[in-house]
Design a protein around this ligand. Structure first.
Ligand code: GTP
Ligand code: MG
Length: 390
């Protein structure tokens, strides 16, 4: 069942007036899903069946244990947590204690205790790693990492096979460098079967700059020989109107991930709202704190749900007005330190160059790609496609 059908079904079962506005975009080719309401817990048989047919064998399973199965959570706490979108033990483990404290109106100590219990439960059930683990276990877990092709072989090579699950990959660069085009292409690629570079999964696109274009998705899908309709139905677009809304959307993500087999979350751009809202030196520390919290929530989401996260970030065109280094992304050290992989993209004539920056294991080198009807693609002459950084 497609997002569209599921949402229509939901609309029938939850015809509240406040939701009407949120659903007004349902006729759009790419579905705009309102994240700010409780999702019905039942899945219909058809979607369950579809899920079991397409589940990749190597993915670690995601826990679906209700939170009241944790010791110390009574009906009142359960209701408060549910109202904040925290439905399962996994949802609780993904949250930071301060978010949980706010949700249940408790002090931080109680929230830390609850988050700790959720973590322990997941460790006991082997959904999460213990705090102390042999390297062999980490190696085994890393072997379960899956990759999504970017659509460009050169860029895939740079990323050692594509965008990784369980990680946050940041693309940063100047305006027009191709960050949004990379995101659009990934929306198409992730839905393809493994043999074609995808994960047979769906994608959540958190659009903060109003630059998501369903027409572009149609064009990319057609150019790659895919039927555009199912591709559009496999993309949930969440428009974030400000930084708080962006944080709220991420908080509501857990239910969607389970329901729609989401394998990729895109935040384009992660930093734009923070940059626009927190102006001046005086607000820098609050901005960095909020951004830090957001980025850490992204990392936890990627790890716990075994999905890939892609975040974009713009480089300042007048660098001296902000951070001083033209190749430094606007999120400063916060985004840089939190992202697992960072790729700097820049224009060079008609081509684009991507450079892997500060990766723990990728060699530091560059790859050439182009923007064309396929979204992102390799340049026509393979001979000029790769070069080592000297
Ligand atoms: P900001 O969001 O402003 O920071 O830029 P960005 O890095 O996200 O740039 P984006 O990915 O939007 O790239 C814009 C460029 O993509 C344009 O300058 C075009 O060169 C190219 N582009 C966009 N749409 C198309 C298209 O339909 N066909 C082709 N061939 N190129 C396109
Ligand atoms: Mg963009």
């Amino acid at each position: 069942m497609s997002f569209l059908e599921l949402n229509v079904q939901r609309r029938k079962s939850q015809p509240s007036g406040s939701l009407k506005a949120a659903f007004k975009n349902l006729n759009n080719p790419a579905t705009m899903v309102p994240f700010l309401f409780k999702v019905p817990r039942e899945k219909d048989e058809q979607s369950k069946e579809a899920e079991s047919n397409t589940s990749p064998k190597v993915s670690p399973p995601v826990s679906d244990i209700e939170i009241d199965e944790l010791e110390g959570i009574g009906p009142a706490t359960k209701e408060k947590l549910n109202n904040a979108g925290i439905l399962t033990v996994t949802d609780l483990a993904v949250k930071s204690p301060s978010e949980v404290a706010e949700a249940i109106g408790s002090d931080l100590a109680r929230a830390v205790e609850l988050c700790g219990k959720a973590r322990i439960k997941l460790v006991e059930l082997h959904y999460l790693d213990d705090d102390f683990v042999p390297a062999s276990e980490i190696y085994k877990k890393r072997k379960a990492i899956e990759r999504i092709s970017t659509g460009s072989k050169n860029l895939d090579d740079l990323l050692a096979g594509g965008i990784e699950s369980q990680a946050v990959t940041e693309f940063y660069g100047e305006f027009g460098s191709g960050k949004t085009q990379i995101c659009h292409t990934l929306c198409v690629m992730v839905q393809q079967p493994k043999e074609q570079g995808g994960l047979s999964g769906t994608v959540v696109y958190i659009d903060t700059e109003n630059t998501f274009r369903p027409e572009r998705i149609v064009g990319i899908a057609q150019a790659r020989g895919y039927d555009p309709d199912p591709v559009l139905n496999g993309i949930i677009v969440a428009k974030a109107y400000n930084s708080s809304h962006q944080e709220l959307i991420l908080g509501e993500l857990g239910a969607r991930v389970r329901e729609f087999r989401v394998r990729l979350v895109i935040v384009d751009s992660a930093v734009a709202h923070y940059r626009a809202e927190f102006l001046g030196r005086g607000t820098l520390s609050e901005r960095q704190q909020r951004l830090n919290k957001f980025m850490h929530a992204l990392v936890r989401t990627a790890e716990i749900y075994n999905l890939a996260v892609v975040a974009t970030n713009q480089v300042q065109s007048s660098p001296d007005t902000f951070f001083g280094d033209p190749t430094k992304a606007t999120g400063g050290h916060v985004v840089a330190h939190t992202s697992t992989y960072r790729v700097y993209v820049r224009k060079t004539g008609k081509n684009r160059v991507a450079r892997m920056v500060d990766s723990p294991y990728h060699p530091e080198r560059e790859a050439l790609f182009v923007l064309d009807e396929k979204g992102i693609d390799d340049p026509p002459e393979e001979s000029s496609s790769r070069r080592r950084v000297t």
